[in-house]
Structure formats: structure tokens, C-alpha cells
Design a protein around this ligand. Structure first.
Ligand code: FAD
Length: 481
């Protein structure tokens, strides 16, 4: 029975912006006491300031969450400032004696939350943390000798053998609110860009309902051919659930169960479901790895890579960020990212390889660019994948495997549709030339109205020379050992 007279509890929303399957919310509601749902916009993010595209997403997701909470009778309180100070202010104002939250497992967020919990405990306020974002808590899937896994496949096998799905819970129908508390207005936070508004072609709907819809759409369609589609950037291919998962708009177990059910009901082949679950397991691997090895946001997982002779190629880096390298598949990817806040996984690998191996620019610069521009920017996934591309990560692709951007384009975008969509200057080039316009005969270029060096850049480097240079640079690591 609700007890409106008892002291209230705080429900601190962070990256768990949903009502269903939300363990912290369920525990707060079960107390039967008034609940104060709050989101605190801390300039420091969860340890690292959020990127611009992330803030765009956050705006939509908070609006959706606020609407759902309002329907349940408890408005979402918005506060801006230092997380601990804002919590303390709220505790002092309301007499709340418990803070419920779903844990964040990234090193800095983890330490911050632990410090907050210790500090509040001294003042008689209890913090109760839950796992609402991962299939298994970091530290719960360990090798036989009790250490963290450093290789993906045994990790995945152990995860799937060990982790158990929590029971499905729906959003509570009603929450007892605390009245009269002051909240910021989200419009005043200016989370979305205005001058200029670079988000006009962001084709996303943030929020819990949209996440469920995306899952439904995926299981009914692209899942059937997932293993092929996920490699072909001209198709939707994947689930596009990454930003929804990052912001906690859906529980990963619900995603896994929906996909497994589609296979059990014969709506999709089991092999496709297994491939998809393996990708969700990569998400878990990234999170567990970062939790166990907090230094990998800054340093190479394989320490010898910290001796790598990176180049400071400002011009090359700028061409890469703008999608002006002269390699169409690279430019298409970088423009898709800028235009929509997202990039297809296959192309992320291609542009990553180009930056790190062709341009020899430090992976950390690429990671930072992605952090600012991706709507699904996620510390663990971004760092783990960039280190995978660079060869410096755990279970990474070896550095000497250098993607040829032309061959990758011809293989995975054989008709050139992806390039034509994002590099309209090349729209009229036949498929035969679209991935290497500099090899096209003059008359073909003229017919397609492409003047290389004017309408579209000549390649900023020669890939085979860049490849030799990269392999030469790799020797520096061997010498440093
Ligand atoms: P699907 O193919 O439908 O996969 C389902 C889910 O599994 C994804 O939503 C994601 O949560 C997870 N997943 C899929 N692939 C990976 C992977 N390789 N590593 C970890 N998790 C994965 N993903 C992010 O969520 N945030 C990032 O910041 C990020 N940065 C990346 C940087 C580079 C250089 C590379 C190569 C990959 C990066 N990825 C990142 C992984 C991957 O590209 C995206 O998760 C995927 O493209 C999202 O599309 P989707 O939701 O359709 O994926």
C-alpha cells in the first residue's frame, strides 16, 4: 500500500531512461513511499563530457521519459549541476533517506557513484544500486582462474552459459509523487543545436516506445538475413538499437529474448539469431573489459602499442572528418555519420582502418571524433572497437591486416548504392568506377559530370604506399619491446 506520509525516496535516472524492466524503479516503487524521479545534467557527463550528438539524443529521451512518468503521476525532476551537490540539495529539501539507481560500470562513473554512496551513508542516506544495463554484471563472468576474460569467444560462451535473464516487468501503473519541487525546464538546457542546426537529417526517435518499436521492426524483418545485411551498408541490415541500448531505453535481455523467440517461432533462422546475440555479447565484452582495465580509455590494452609512431596529420585528419579523402566508401561513411549521427558497422571498420593505418593518426583522435558525432557514442564500445581496429586491443584484429578501402567498397557495396547516397557528386558514376573514380576513363567521368579535384577530391594518399608505410611503422613496436 502506498504510504504518502513516509519520507520519500529518490530515483536517480542516468542511462536507464525507461520504465519497463527497470530494477531501480521497481525497487523504489516497492517501498510504497513517495518517489522523486530525478535526472541531473552534470557538465562532466558520466566521467567524460557528452558529445554533441549524445546531447541531441538525451533531449528526446528525457522528453519521452518525462511524458511517461507524468502519466504515472510522478513528474521527472530536472536538475543541472554537480551530481553529488544536486542530490544532497534534494535530500535536504525533501528528507529522502534512500537513493535508488541503476549502476554505471565505466571506471569514472563507478568511482564517482561509490564516492557519493560513501558520502551519503555517513549522513544516514542509503544508496541502492542495481544492474539495469547489462546481461551480466562486470566481475560476474570470470575465467577458471578468477580473472577477466581477454578473448571474446570464451567470454561469450561463459556469459551465455552463466547469465540469467531477470523476469520481465512492466512499468508501474502509478507512483506517489512529492509535490511542489522545483525543476529546470528542458528547453532551457539547449541540448539541441540551433545555429547551425546540423541535426536536420537525424532520422531517429529517441525514447522507450521507439526502442520497442525498433526491436519489433528488426525481429520481423532484417533479423532474417542479419549476418549478410550487417555487412552491406546500403541496406538497413542491423537493428539500429545501439543508441536505445546506450541510453537504457530497453533492457538488453529483452532484446536477446525477442530475437531468440523469433528463431523459436521460426520467424528467423536460429543461426541469424545466434549471430545477433553474439554482437550483443560484444557489447557485454566491451563493458566487462573496460570495467576490469580502466586504463584502456587512454592507453593501449597491449602496452607495446603506446610506442607506436603516430603522425600528426592535421590536414589528413580534417579531410577524414569532412568526408573528403577521395576514397568514396570512407567519405560516404564519414558523411553518413555527420548527417545522421550514426554509421554502419562495416563502414566504421573501414573508416577506422583508414585513419589509423593509412593516415597513421592515433586511434584516440578517431575515438574522440566518434564520441562527439555518434548518437550511440558509448565509452566501452567506442574504445574497445577503436582499439580492435588499431590492433592494440584485447582480441583485436592484427595491425598488419590493413583494409583496402577500394576493395572493401567493391565487396560490400558492389552496386555503389551506399556511396551514391552519401557522396552525391558521384551519383552518376557506373558501379565499375564508383569506388575508384580516379581510375575511370576521361569520357566516363565527363558523362557522369565528375571533375576530379574540383567536384570530388583526388585521393589524399596512395593506399598501397600508405600500406607499406604502416607496416614499416609497425616495426617500431617490435623494436620497442
Ligand atoms: P546491430 O548489428 O543490430 O547489433 C545489435 C547491438 O549489438 C548493437 O546495437 C550494439 O549495442 C551491439 N553491437 C553490435 N556490434 C558491436 C560491436 N562491434 N561492439 C560492441 N557492441 C556491438 N557501438 C556503440 O554502441 N557505440 C559506439 O560508440 C561504437 N563505436 C564504434 C567504433 C568503431 C571504430 C567500430 C568499428 C564500431 C563501433 N561500435 C559502437 C559498434 C557497432 O558499430 C555498433 O554497435 C553498430 O553499428 C550499431 O548498429 P546496430 O544497432 O544496427 O547494430
Amino acid at each position: 500500500m502506498p504510504n504518502a506520509d513516509a519520507s520519500p525516496v529518490i530515483l536517480w535516472f542516468r542511462r536507464d531512461l525507461r520504465l519497463a524492466d527497470n530494477p531501480a524503479l521497481n525497487a523504489a516503487a516497492e517501498t510504497g513511499r513517495p518517489v522523486i524521479p530525478v535526472f541531473i545534467l552534470d557538465e562532466a557527463g558520466d566521467g567524460r563530457p557528452w558529445g554533441a550528438a549524445s546531447l541531441w539524443w538525451l533531449d528526446g529521451s528525457l522528453r519521452a521519459l518525462a511524458a511517461s512518468l507524468k502519466d504515472r503521476g510522478a513528474p521527472l525532476l530536472l536538475k543541472r549541476g554537480h551530481a553529488e551537490s544536486e542530490l544532497r540539495r534534494l535530500i535536504a529539501e525533501t528528507g529522502a533517506d534512500t537513493v535508488f539507481m541503476n549502476r554505471l560500470f565505466e571506471p569514472e562513473a563507478w568511482t564517482r557513484d561509490a564516492d557519493i554512496a560513501h558520502g551519503l551513508k555517513d549522513d544516514g542516506v542509503e544508496c541502492r544500486g542495481f544492474n539495469g544495463s547489462l546481461m551480466a554484471k562486470p566481475g560476474s563472468v570470470l575465467t577458471g582462474s578468477g580473472g577477466p576474460y581477454k578473448v571474446f569467444t570464451p567470454f561469450k560462451n561463459a556469459l551465455l552459459a552463466k547469465a540469467e535473464a531477470p523476469p520481465h516487468t512492466t512499468a508501474p501503473r502509478e507512483l506517489t509523487p512529492v509535490k511542489g519541487l522545483d525543476s529546470d525546464h528542458i528547453d532551457d538546457w539547449n541540448l539541441k543545436p540551433t545555429k547551425p542546426d546540423w541535426s536536420t537529417r537525424f532520422d531517429w526517435t529517441p525514447g522507450e516506445a521507439a526502442a520497442t518499436e525498433a526491436l519489433h521492426a528488426f525481429t520481423g524483418d532484417a533479423l532474417k538475413t542479419y549476418s549478410i545485411g550487417r555487412d552491406h551498408p546500403a541496406e538497413v541490415g542491423g537493428s539500429r538499437l545501439s543508441p536505445h541500448l546506450h541510453w537504457g531505453e530497453i533492457h538488453p535481455w529483452r532484446v536477446v529474448e525477442a530475437v531468440q523467440k523469433a528463431a523459436a517461432d521460426r520467424r528467423a533462422p536460429q543461426a541469424e539469431a545466434d549471430k545477433f546475440v553474439a554482437e550483443i555479447a560484444w557489447r557485454e565484452f566491451s563493458a566487462h573489459l573496460l570495467h576490469a582495465f580502466p586504463q584502456i580509455t587512454e592507453r593501449s590494452f597491449r602496452p607495446e602499442y603506446d610506442a607506436f609512431p603516430w603522425r600528426s596529420d592535421t590536414k589528413g585528419f580534417k579531410a577524414w572528418t569532412r568526408g573528403q579523402t577521395g576514397y568514396p566508401i570512407v567519405d560516404a561513411g564519414m558523411r553518413q555519420l555527420w548527417t545522421t549521427g550514426w554509421m554502419h558497422n562495416r563502414v566504421r571498420m573501414i573508416v577506422g582502418s583508414f585513419l589509423v593505418k593509412d593516415l597513421l593518426v592515433d586511434w584516440r583522435k578517431g575515438e574522440a571524433w566518434f564520441w562527439d558525432t555518434l548518437v550511440d557514442a558509448d565509452l566501452a564500445n567506442n574504445v574497445q572497437n577503436w582499439q580492435w581496429v588499431a590492433g592494440s586491443g584485447a582480441d583485436a584484429s592484427p595491425f598488419f591486416r590493413i583494409f583496402n578501402p577500394t576493395a572493401q567498397g567493391q565487396r560490400f557495396d558492389a552496386d555503389g548504392d551506399y556511396v551514391r547516397r552519401w557522396v552525391p557528386e558521384l551519383a552518376a558514376l557506373p558501379a565499375k568506377w564508383v569506388h575508384a573514380p580516379w581510375t575511370a576513363p576521361e569520357d566516363v567521368l565527363a558523362k557522369a559530370k565528375v571533375r576530379l579535384g574540383t567536384d570530388y577530391p583526388n585521393p589524399i594518399l596512395d593506399h598501397s604506399e600508405a600500406r607499406d608505410r604502416a607496416l614499416e611503422a609497425l616495426k617500431a613496436i617490435a623494436r620497442s619491446k
